[in-house]
Design a protein around this ligand. Sequence first.
Ligand SMILES: NC(=O)c1ccc[n+]([C@@H]2O[C@H](COP(=O)([O-])OP(=O)(O)OC[C@H]3O[C@@H](n4cnc5c(N)ncnc54)[C@H](O)[C@@H]3O)[C@@H](O)[C@H]2O)c1
Length: 325
Amino acid sequence: MNRKRCLVTGGAGFIGSHLAEHLLELGHEVVVVDSFYGEVPCDRPKEQGPIPLIGGSTTDKQLMDAIIPEFDVVFHLAAILGVKTTMTRPVEMIESNVEGTRNVLRAAYRSGCKVVFASSSEVYGKGAPPFAEENDRVYGATAKLRWSYAVAKTLEETLCLGYGAKGLPVTILRYFNIYGPRAKEGPYAGVIPRFIRASLEGDDMPVYGDGTQTRCFTYVGDAVRATASAMDPKADQEILNVGSAHPISIGALAVMVKRLTGSPSQIVHVPFEQVYPSGFEEIPNRFPDMRKAKRLLGFSARIGLEEGLAQTIDWYRAQGGGKRS
Ligand SMILES: NC(=O)c1ccc[n+]([C@@H]2O[C@H](COP(=O)([O-])OP(=O)(O)OC[C@H]3O[C@@H](n4cnc5c(N)ncnc54)[C@H](O)[C@@H]3O)[C@@H](O)[C@H]2O)c1
């Protein structure tokens, strides 16, 4: 294996911390940069043991110019995300994410460093799945700030492709609902952490809307395997979906989590208007066409939902999940 010097931006976050550990296991040299924005997952490591961590922001142009030339590959995962933040603080989210990506790309372009950019299935918007990489995007009105994160990711992808056209080796990955240990919790954050926490504590498990909306949930171990493999020059200048190909409705997911935790919790339905600020629009169904990632990188998700949920539930239990303080 060719040992690479890898920088992971946002490497103290959920996916980034798993990616940093995976790259280290593969024998690469890994450094993390993170600004510790927002809520901190329960065991998010401030010091990541053998992985050096630089406290700083991708919006700091001087910092990016100084550190990026030291690396062969930048995995650019740093971002402000989450539906609530996106809807309530769109300016902060757009400015920080776009400026950070611009700084990373500029510095990488000058030093010839490969960039792997973490984009999102949100980019597809509310079109009809399966979502293939070349599909058109379908968004709601700009007045609906719910779309601001998708718009920012779209702009960042376009910047990546622009630098790609100038010769920068760059790969764009569109993640589909990643879950696993260390995933963020909170009323607006990932549905899986919300269901697991509620079921372990015996609280009501809130299904937003009627629960018929479908998603493909992707275990973080699969996501970081795909992300590391995107270093391969075969993926240069490519956009690739990263996800499981098996959709499940949110209602069925709640039933599955309740069964796996053996919880007495009630599954309750909560209207979207009670949860999100006005202007929220739900995406009814979302699942990827995974043929390109399979063809180019030989990637397909290996961890089934039940197995991944069981591992995630074990992690929550080990964190004291279910014990009220
Ligand atoms: N989790 C998912 O299901 C999912 C789905 C699609 C796309 N993504 C993308 O994957 C990436 C990682 O997401 P995650 O779920 O691990 O989120 P996360 O919030 O756990 O991690 C993001 C990390 O980035 C850091 N950060 C934010 N702004 C920064 C900045 N300007 N400079 C340095 N660090 C900064 C945060 O402190 C955090 O540690 C993001 O780019 C996100 O948009 C995630």
